[in-house]
Ligand binder design. Structure first.
Ligand code: NAD
Length: 331
């Protein structure tokens, strides 16, 4: 039985990945600085620990065959584009990645998965909302629009150096906006799909919600199950990457909001307000993943949003009812 370590198992993607690896029959150790906020972990062992701490990292690597490194100090535009968290983002995430590789190699780990991001792509290729360029080989000359993206790019390179110098196997994916149930939906670190689901769920029919910017900025969003399918296929393939794991169904933020309103059955006005925005356009280029893995994500955005909206609507209802909060904590 393969022994797997999932760093960031108390987070959104890590929590879902643990479930998937367990369903596949692996033995899984999860580590995070906190418990999962929305689900009980399926891991065989769940360790609360700070992965910046070298002693913790040395301990959790013991007896492990493969590592999925998902721990990062991260959030949506409201967290990474304000500039207020840049030093922490860079220090915390880089330290986790340095520790993962150093102590993983020391403990004899054979294979590492690293979750990079579409945020590594140069800002200069993403100024036209209808024609963003995000093919994997467009990453250089590098010019990410956030320090979060620069750290991801540094860490991609770090994993590749360990592959070259220490002969371990490495797989790198560049995730493009992953969404789904059991992810952060409030508090400042949430991303656009979750934030919009929350706003729509909280608004009255005929009411109004705020959107940052003019809403004509474009993005694509990938449902969590498809992300995990891509990760597992990449891990089992001979391809190192970096490779995009994202949807190529590009929409404007206004269109995303309208889809959610349709799901909710509510007519709501959109009020543009100033806010942190990121690049003007971004879409996943899926040619390389199709070529290398013979697969690419295909789940329509609308279907993933239906499942996500339902879950967030329940969270909003629970948060507004003290009685329900008690029930859900007991259960
Ligand atoms: P998340 O914030 O839900 O999960 C990250 C987890 O890392 C959190 O549970 C957090 O507590 C943990 N963590 C942070 N610092 C830690 C530390 N010092 N020690 C131990 N644990 C620590 O984020 P996610 O959406 O699940 O993302 C997982 C990975 O995928 C991250 O590396 C992220 O940068 C990358 N990624 C995600 C997306 C996306 O759209 N969700 C897009 C691109 C890349």
């Amino acid at each position: 039985m393969k022994r797997i370590l999932v760093n960031g198992a108390g987070g959104f993607i890590g929590g879902h990945l643990v479930k998937r690896l367990k369903a596949e029959g692996c033995w899984v150790r999860g580590v995070d600085i906190k418990h999962h906020e929305f689900a009980v972990s399926h891991a065989d062992e769940f360790i609360i620990g700070d992965l910046r701490d070298q002693r913790i990292m040395a301990d959790v690597m013991k007896g492990i065959d493969e590592v999925y490194q998902l721990a990062a100090d991260m959030g949506g535009a409201g967290f990474v584009f304000t500039g207020e968290h840049d030093a922490d983002i860079m220090y915390n995430s880089a330290t986790i990645n340095l520790n993962t590789l150093h102590f993983g190699v020391k403990a004899g780990v054979q294979k590492f998965f690293y979750s990079s991001s579409a945020c590594i792509y140069p800002e200069y290729n993403q100024t036209d909302p209808l024609n963003p360029e995000c093919s994997e080989d467009s990453a250089y000359p590098a010019a990410p629009d956030s320090e979060y993206g620069w750290e991801k790019l540094f860490s991609e390179r770090l994993y590749l150096t360990y592959m070259r110098n220490y002969k371990v196997r490495v797989r790198i994916a560049r995730f493009h906006n992953i969404f789904g149930p059991e992810g952060t939906w409030t508090g400042g670190r949430e991303k656009a799909p979750a934030a919009l689901c929350r706003k729509v769920a909280s608004a009255e029919d005929g009411g109004e919600i705020e959107i940052w910017g003019d809403g004509r900025q474009t993005r694509s969003f990938l449902y969590i199950d498809e992300c995990l399918e891509g990760v597992r296929r990449l891990m089992e393939s001979d391809f190192t990457g970096p490779v995009n794991i994202g949807s190529d169904e590009m929409v404007t933020i206004n269109q995303l909001a309208q889809m959610i309103m349709r799901i909710a059955g509510k007519a709501i006005a959109i009020k543009p307000v100033p806010g942190p925005l990121g690049v003007r356009g971004r879409n996943s280029d899926n040619r390389l993943i199709a070529e290398e893995l013979g697969w690419k994500p295909s789940c329509p955005l609308y279907e993933g949003l239906e499942k996500t909206y339902q879950w967030i609507q329940e969270q909003v209802a629970i948060s507004q009812s003290p009685q329900l909060t008690t029930v859900s904590l007991v259960a």
